[in-house]
Design a protein around this ligand. Sequence first.
Ligand SMILES: *Cc1c(COP(=O)(O)O)cnc(C)c1O
Length: 380
Amino acid sequence: MDSKRIFLSLAEQSGFERQYVQKALDSSWITSGGPNVDNFEKELENYIKEGSFVTALNSGTSAIHLALILLEVKVGDEVICQSMTFSASANPILYQGATPIFIDSELDTWNICPENLEIAIKERIKGGKKPKAIIAVHLYGSPYKVDEIQAIADRYGIPVIEDSAEALGSSYKGKKCGTFGDFGILSFNGNKIITTSSGGALVANSQHIKEKALFFATQSKDEGAHYQHSQVGYNFRMSNICAGVGLGQMKILEQNIKSRRSINNFYREIFHDLKGVTLFEIVNQDYFSNYWLSAILIEPNKITNKNRESLRLAFENANIESRLLWKPMHLQPLFEKYPYYGKNVAEELFEKGLCLPSGSNITMENKNRIKEVINTFFNN
Ligand SMILES: *Cc1c(COP(=O)(O)O)cnc(C)c1O
């Protein structure tokens, strides 16, 4: 195969990134924080919602970590987390010395299951520990059941950290993802819908909390002329160079969402009458997904040996990248010893699921190659 590799998810440039980076270099703002960072935060605030308060950070992982710090999660505390997710959702719980409590997915949204969430909360409270936070994830851009999860969180008075790393531009009932939880988090890693090379953001709902976030993210310096510290500090701030890339990327955010949604449409047309394959789609019109990644479930067939792994290999043979879904956290060697509430929905999704090439740079020629692999695979 000498055809060019088709990647799962690559970031495209708008062409404006250079200008902002150049400005940073010319003005010697080559540090963490600075004018590009301030402007990037303003643009994000305007985009997701007036009245949300964004702190730009060096990664989405730092944003989740910072949310836990601000919620005063400490050694021995328990934090609930969706099992079906990338490990970055759960790692910060361990950074704080807390215990993750994992929850299964439900089939509609593939995200945290409301029933199992409530069962877990009740049982943990009975055991003497009320969970300090709930980390819920909008997987592959598809919103979780926001109303149901929020109602449960409110009933027990537990704050929600909304992991919106994959869902910038997605919305629920017309409101943008990232604005629902007590904290929202965004990621601008290289494979996300827009990138700052590496970066993330914490979304808070007051200026006061944003200021606290900034304090911890920039080494917890107390007021005063000298370096005075009374609390542990962190070096989490986004660099002014990275924010320059982010400002350039904001110009193509809407276009990227359009392309990714149109790729999802392309897969819908291919798979709508193919038995044994279902495309992951939103439940109803309350949900709007950026379709960061398009994913399918394949019913494994023992006779024909068609399953998600054999399709992945067929793509690989044609120099096309596809990838298995996130392996649930409760099945990971690192996390398997922690409590888990649910059945085998997440596990089944993992056993049957495959993420397909979804980058906004996928061309007509790419689509033809992808379609050919799929047709050959399922018609033989
Ligand atoms: C990418 C991602 C993160 C982490 O973001 P980074 O910027 O890579 O640290 C967290 N959660 C989910 C669900 C992600 O996909």
